[in-house]
Design a protein. Structure first.
Lengths: 282, 440
């Protein structure tokens, strides 16, 4: 498998592994059959006990799982933007709208409040994120505007703050990517968390949409720490992956593997790749 | 349809710079322009028909190649600006020269294409190479005469319309007044005068005050072919807006809004994405509009805003695969659509190098393939079929074996004759219909 494919697998694998082994069983074919029927459940009726299903037969995951993985996929897509060239705004808006749609449905369902921590060491990655964050301009962030958002989620998250800060940097850098994204919204009052790391990376995506004022640029770089660089490496390494846009990705997502341990080496390699790419193209 | 003259626009550098990104016939159909990802424009010219070589008549050969756009770097945002040509539009010919507009994400350029087939010879002061003659050798005066020479096609940039767009330009359209044109990006549409490069008028602006409220972008736009005050633009939510420039300076308020209500039985998380309009084209008559969204092409009557008058399924078998297509980003592919000269047939591309044609009168449709194997010169194109399980005929392709990397996004139809140009990645196919046959 090429390195590019491995790296996208890495991120997706991490997202899936956070949901638990059994939940990673789903494949996109099943997602397709579920989604095409447009099933909408009005009340949350609990997830199927997938562990209990017959061994050897792949269970069709519940609608909620399907929806959750679609949400995760969408978040990954929004994060894996071209950093060299401006991201396609139409695509970003459509994905963000999809995320919003899922959120709204989950709020109605009541499943929003059910989303909570896993017993595993890593904080769960399947957190819903307000799309406000995704579309925010950097200036708003710098001014510390409070996001008018989902109160219950806020409370749940704060209880996990302690868990977050205990993460080690190396392997967790990639894991922290989506988590920090959410953490920063409600972060204004919680300075102990690494503020604005991933948020800033994401800000870069949407800042390209607006002209930066000199002040906000300084704000952007005022609180850089190690994890930011790791993340940056990771994200820039990701760029080469997004150039695919072809069916190769289908295969990568169908068999999630646990590649968390290799993340460091891979990001270094991809960093090199990226530099070489720039040199070659210029 | 008879397959003919496969022209390969392939620089062979393997970096994908030769992927064709736009195809456009000029108003007579004599010239065909293609733009590619590397910022180059290649113009083909149709050979004049001659009695001596009846089989060569109507073939398109390379007329001129030039580098239209170069890659740039936006220092303020630390981002690259791609040189990929997004759109080419020809200006109506007003003298011996041809003119076209080409655009990348940010800058529109006006190019003038002229021919030179004579050159003056017999200067008194200069010799053949242009060096000054020694005056002592000049004993008599002569009048320089024009002598024929090999045809030389010269392309010069006449205007550069820069700094008009913050977002990526997705369409340009020349007005029927032949003096102005518009350029549309994701959030704004500007009106330019062809002779003025340092300013433009903003006629549509859908950027919200707060970018976090952004939920809809402009995807395509076009001027009405006859009414110079009317234009249409499509959105990522599947709506069309017809605007009248006489109504106000800023046409944020549409004159007409064309939107089809959503089908509740087909609703899914992907409904909005697949409803996003990727292309809009007025019919030659000006009475209808053609739109392409992910799974269908629709014909709209300008007088009816509530729903399209015709809807054609391009590849409905993909409806059950939307999640996979979302995952591999194919769901965001922007397919174009085209009318034939008489507005009776519409055409659009699909995957696996297939393209589809729909006859509006007979309601028949056909799927054809643009590939080297099936398109030997003067071979007849064989209709293809995609089977969705169930009975499978010989030569049918199953949905699961479709190649999603081979997509036909750009197609063009000759303005008057049954000649079509199909761009398949880095190959250009030109098909002609020698006999005016019906769709089958």
């Amino acid at each position: 498998m090429s390195r590019k494919v491995e790296l996208s697998l890495l991120l997706y694998g991490l997202l899936l592994s956070s949901m638990g082994e059994e939940e990673g069983l789903h494949q996109t074919q099943f997602l397709d059959t579920m989604f095409v029927r447009g099933l909408k459940r009005k009340c949350f009726d609990g997830e199927e006990d997938i562990e209990g299903t017959l061994a050897g037969i792949k269970a069709i995951p519940s609608y909620n799982l399907q929806r959750q993985s679609l949400l995760d996929m969408s978040l990954v897509k929004l994060q894996l933007c071209h950093m060299l060239v401006e991201p396609n705004l139409c695509r970003s808006v459509l994905i963000a709208n999809t995320v919003r749609q899922i959120q709204e449905e989950m709020t109605q369902d009541g499943t929003w409040q059910m989303i909570n921590t896993q017993s595993t060491g890593q904080a769960s990655l399947d957190r819903l994120v307000s799309t406000d964050i995704l579309c925010r301009s950097s200036r708003d962030q710098a001014e510390g505007k409070h996001v008018p958002a989902y109160g219950t989620f806020n409370k749940d998250f704060e209880s996990d703050q302690a868990q977050d800060s205990s993460e080690t940097m190396s392997t967790a850098s990639s894991v922290q990517a989506p988590r920090n994204l959410q953490s920063n919204v409600w972060e204004m009052e919680n300075p102990q968390e690494n503020k604005g790391n991933f948020q800033k990376s994401l800000d870069q995506i949407f800042e390209t949409l607006e002209n930066k004022s000199p002040n906000s640029v300084e704000d952007l770089f005022s609180e850089v720490d190690n994890s930011y660089y790791d993340l940056d490496t990771m994200l820039t390494g990701m760029m080469s992956n997004t150039k695919m846009g072809h069916c190769d990705n289908l295969e990568t997502f169908s068999t999630p593997t646990n590649t968390a341990s290799n993340s460091n080496c891979k990001s270094d390699l991809n960093d090199l790749d990226h530099i070489v790419e720039i040199l070659v193209e210029s | 349809m008879e397959g003919e003259s496969i022209c390969e626009v392939d620089s062979g550098d393997g970096l994908g710079a030769d992927i064709i990104s736009t195809v456009e016939f000029n108003h007579t159909g004599e010239l065909l322009a293609t733009g590619d990802k590397g910022g180059r424009v290649v113009i083909f010219q149709r050979e004049p028909e001659s009695k001596n070589e009846p089989y060569n008549q109507g073939e398109y050969n390379v007329y001129s190649t030039f580098q239209s756009h170069e890659p740039e770097f936006d220092y303020l945002k630390s981002l690259e600006i791609e040189e990929k040509i997004n759109k080419i539009k020809w200006l109506p010919q007003q003298n011996a020269a041809h003119s076209l507009l080409s655009t990348n994400d940010k800058t529109i350029k006006l190019w003038k294409i002229t021919e030179r087939d004579k050159r003056p010879e017999g200067y008194n002061l200069k010799d053949e190479e242009g060096k000054l003659k020694d005056l002592s050798t000049v004993t008599s005066l002569q009048v320089p005469v024009l002598k024929p020479m090999d045809l030389m096609v010269e392309v010069t940039p006449r205007r550069i319309f820069a700094n008009g767009h913050t977002y990526h330009v997705n369409s340009i359209s020349v007005n029927s007044d032949c003096e102005t044109y518009m350029s549309a990006d994701d959030l704004r549409i500007n009106l330019w005068h062809l002779a003025i490069t340092d300013r433009s008028f903003n006629i549509v602006d859908i950027k919200p005050a707060n970018m976090e409220d952004l939920t809809e972008v402009i995807t395509a736009s076009e001027f009405h072919p006859h009414h110079c005050n009317l234009f249409v633009y499509s959105s990522s939510k599947g709506s069309l807006r017809l605007c009248d420039m006489r109504a106000s300076a800023l046409c944020d308020k549409h004159s007409k809004l064309y939107e089809e209500p959503e089908d509740p039985s087909n609703r899914s998380f992907f409904s909005e994405i697949i409803s996003s309009v990727s292309d809009v084209k007025f019919s030659h008559s000006g009475r209808y509009m053609l739109t392409r969204d992910y799974l269908t092409v629709k014909v709209w009557d300008l007088n009816m805003e509530t729903k399209p008058v015709e809807t054609y399924q391009v590849h409905d078998y993909l409806r059950s695969k939307l999640c996979s297509l979302y995952e591999n980003d194919c769901i965001f592919d922007k397919f174009e659509c085209a009318w034939n000269g008489s507005d009776s047939v519409i055409m659009t591309g699909a995957y696996n190098n297939f393209f589809r044609m729909f006859d509006r009168n007979t309601k028949r449709d056909v799927t054809l393939e643009a590939s080297r194997e099936s398109s030997k010169p003067r071979a007849i194109l064989k209709p293809r079929r995609v089977c969705v399980g169930g009975k499978r005929r010989k030569d049918d392709i199953s949905v699961d074996s479709l190649d999603f990397t081979k997509k036909i996004l750009h197609t063009a139809w000759h303005p008057t004759e049954n000649i079509i140009a199909i761009a398949a990645t880095n190959n250009l196919y030109i098909f002609q219909d020698k006999v005016n046959s019906e769709m089958h």
